[in-house]
Design a protein around this ligand. Structure first.
Ligand SMILES: Nc1ncnc2c1ncn2[C@@H]1O[C@H](COP(=O)(O)OP(=O)(O)OP(=O)(O)O)[C@@H](O)[C@H]1O
Length: 719
């Protein structure tokens, strides 16, 4: 009998906590790593380490690792298996995780846990040395007998299997070439055993105990096999393969075999998945693909990386809402009321949306057009999209396209990629669970382009009503009908939207708001919303219209109302502090031990200045409700005004004219100032002007020169 060269493991090992499966020395296992501590271990030891030693881990079985590393380390199983990480595969789907291929080296025992974070490291004592039988005569003899008996059963079992299967033939050869003391571990991991049994074998540190415990497992397997062969005699030889080494998932219950709970669960999952595929209402083409994939999955050993990929794929396929939709409740009058309630002004936009909805009411399967709301930020494009979904009674999903520069973001990755995922459209459908949601494609003007393809081109297929009933995501590789989805796009400008994409959409301009409109929006929508978010009531805070106007003109400069909303939020926060402080003080003052009698109260009343929001002295009384936000309070909370109305001041100087400018963020006014000075008669332009502006300036001076006589401008002045 040959002996393996003894393995010496490091005295300190990083610990990988596993819950599924038990790794025995001499066997190989795939394990999924997704908890915070285990992920850290893989990243810092396996992916960064370069030495062989850095790939040796201590695998602790039967120890669920808490999902977050903030939680304490669970009680660790005493005995573990030192393992060599042979392969690391990373994936992002359905969540970031690694799959490790690990080979067991030998048993070890934890002596002391040295550190717990970011991953546990322990001082360990090696238990297996893979040496030959101990030398004491009695044990040697006893063990010799035991090992003979064990070997006999092992050979009997292997010979009952189909020797034409290469793995079986290899196992037969291994039985002869491996040292006997390594066989109990290896055979236990190969034959059908439960995790509990494997754990018992792992805990059996003495060789004698290990042989004794493994023999009944072999006998059980042999009996089970005999029975199976008897009952399946009529079937083809092929069935032998079924029970062959490990494709256990397909085997029906083997009498006499203790069913492993985990494997049963797995088995159940596959059966469930198959059932779901059978009962799902997916189209024929998709159904065929799923049936083919589930057949492959059943034949696949669970340890193959492709197993997880195929399973995820099938799970997505059954989850997708191929035929599930919500019923539209379309009532144009209700829709009008709802839109009016949610949004002030925006008449043009609301009119067009209502027209669109009206046509849908009359013709249910309306093909296109795709609406695209274009306007400056914060004018309510996104929230109108949300209201449309609400009026239709449909699910709403927002897809942010800003900065997307990879076409696989839209169309998914092919499944051959590691970490492949479906695109955002399919993902969105999975999230909403129906095939007729409202998809808001936010910021279509901010799509990028890169070496990974042009996402705008991928969107063309999605948005074209003639093509999108056959949309094929690379990950799914079968067509999904998007024709029921209502797409609404938003953009700040049409200038950067690719023409082909622009052509497929109906542009609706959403202009910025006037001051009056902003005041109305603030009082009807923004202030009530902010009060609710901050737990305030109108009895506690009062913001008059002049204050809102002050905020609009002196603290914000925008076409929409987003900054206004933020400023109102800041005011509510400050008032919330005052109200909370007030309640606290009221409670304190009511307590006789704190408010040393009436005199104390009177004293404060005398000293208190008229109510101001900035008053933070500890002695102040609770502010009187409602707290009025006047200009002083505004200054206290928001600081000094950021913008001044400078028009009249600047226009009073001769030589200053007002120009109008347009930007995607809204209109701007600018001052053009001309001043005369001594010199060579040259025109000096400042302010980083564009060509058109420069030309205008030259034009102006040329005009002056050509009309100098008419206006009595003497030559001397111009030269
Ligand atoms: N007319 C309006 N009536 C009521 N609330 C409005 C109105 N316009 C904008 N709002 C509010 O302003 C906030 C910002 O709106 P929203 O996020 O929809 O802007 P947007 O135009 O989509 O901006 P962006 O282009 O930056 O995405 C929301 O809270 C929205 O409810």
């Amino acid at each position: 009998m040959s002996s393996l060269s003894p393995i010496q493991i490091p005295s300190r090992l990083p610990l990988l906590l596993t819950h599924e499966g038990v790794l025995l020395p001499g066997s190989t296992m795939r394990t999924s790593v997704d908890s915070a501590r285990n992920l850290q271990l893989v990243r810092s030891r396996l992916l960064k380490g370069t030495s062989l030693q850095s790939t040796i881990l201590g695998v602790i079985p039967n120890t669920p690792d808490p999902a977050s590393d903030a939680q304490d380390l669970p009680p660790l199983h005493r005995i573990g298996t030192a393992a060599l990480a042979v392969q690391v595969v990373g994936s992002n789907w359905p969540k970031p995780h690694y799959t490790l291929l690990i080979t067991g080296l030998c048993r070890f025992q934890i002596v002391q846990v040295i550190k717990e974070k970011p991953y546990p490291v322990a001082k360990v004592e090696q238990l297996d040395w893979l040496e030959e039988f101990p030398n004491t005569c009695k044990t040697r003899e006893e063990l010799g007998e035991l090992s003979e008996q064990f070997y006999k059963y092992a050979v009997q079992l292997v010979e009952m299997l189909d020797m034409s299967v290469p793995a079986v033939a290899k196992l037969r050869r291994l039985l002869d070439s491996l040292p006997r003391e390594a066989l109990p571990d290896i055979l236990t991991s190969i034959i059908r055993t439960s995790n509990k049994e494997k754990l018992q074998i792992l805990d059996a540190v003495s060789l004698e105990e290990r042989f004794k415990m493994t023999i009944p497992l072999l006998v059980r397997q042999i009996e089970g096999l005999k029975l199976l062969q008897k009952t399946r005699k009529h079937k083809q030889d092929d069935d032998k393969r079924v029970i062959a080494i490990r494709p256990i998932r397909r085997i029906t219950h083997i009498p006499g075999t203790l069913e492993d709970e985990d494997e049963d669960e797995d088995n159940d999952d596959i059966v469930m998945l198959e059932k779901k595929i059978r009962t799902s209402s997916m189209p024929d083409q998709a159904h065929k693909v799923c049936v083919k994939e589930i057949k492959r999955l059943k034949k696949m050993p669970q340890s193959m990386p492709e197993y997880a990929l195929t399973r995820n794929y099938l799970e997505l396929m059954v989850e997708l809402p191929w035929n599930k939709s919500t019923t539209d409740r379309l009532d144009i009058r209700a829709a009008r009321i709802l839109l009016d309630n949610d949004h002030y002004a925006m008449e043009k936009l609301k009119k067009r949306v209502l027209e669109y909805l009206a046509v849908r009411q009359l013709k249910n399967n309306l093909k296109g057009p795709i609406l695209c709301f274009v306007g400056p930020p914060g004018v309510g494009k996104t929230s109108v999209g949300r209201s449309v979904a609400k009026t239709l009674g449909r699910e709403f999903h927002r897809i942010a396209l800003g900065g997307v520069c990879d076409q696989s973001d839209i169309r998914g990755h092919r499944r051959t990629y590691v970490g492949s995922m479906p695109g955002r459209i399919i993902n969105g459908l999975k999230t909403v669970g129906v095939n007729n949601p409202v998809f808001l494609l936010d910021e279509v003007d901010k799509l990028g382009k890169s070496l990974q393809g042009d996402p705008a081109a991928a969107l063309l297929e999605v948005l074209d009503p003639e093509q999108n009933h056959n949309f094929t995501d690379h990950y799914l590789n079968v067509a999904f009908d998007l024709s029921q989805v209502l797409f609404i796009a938003t953009a700040n400008t049409t200038a950067t939207i690719p023409p082909a994409l622009l052509d497929r959409m109906e542009i609706i301009q959403v202009p910025g708001y006037t001051q009056e409109e902003k005041i109305e929006i603030a009082h009807r929508h923004l202030i009530p919303k902010q009060l609710e978010q901050h737990g305030l009531t109108p009895q506690q805070i009062q913001i008059p219209q002049v204050t809102t106007l002050d905020i609009i003109t002196r603290y914000t400069r925008e076409a929409g109302v987003r900054s206004l909303d933020r400023k109102l939020g800041a005011i509510c926060r400050a008032v919330a502090v005052k109200v909370a402080e007030g309640q606290h003080r009221e409670a304190r003052l009511d307590r006789p031990d704190v408010a040393e009698g009436e005199g104390y109260r009177e004293h404060i009343v005398e000293d208190t200045k008229p109510e101001s929001i900035s008053d933070t002295t500890d002695l102040a009384l609770p502010p009187e409700m409602p707290i009025l936000i006047d200009f002083h309070a505004l200054k206290d909370i928001l600081g000094p005004p950021m913008y001044e109305m400078e028009v009249s001041e600047r226009l009073s100087q001769p030589g200053v004219a007002i120009g109008l400018a347009w930007t995607p963020l809204g209109g701007e006014i600018m001052f053009v100032e001309a001043s005369r000075m001594d010199g060579e008669g040259q025109l000096t332009l400042t302010g980083q002007l564009g060509d058109v502006m420069k030309e205008s300036a030259h034009l102006a001076i040329s005009w002056l020169r050509s009309n100098a006589k008419k206006y009595h401008l003497t030559n001397g002045r111009w030269n």
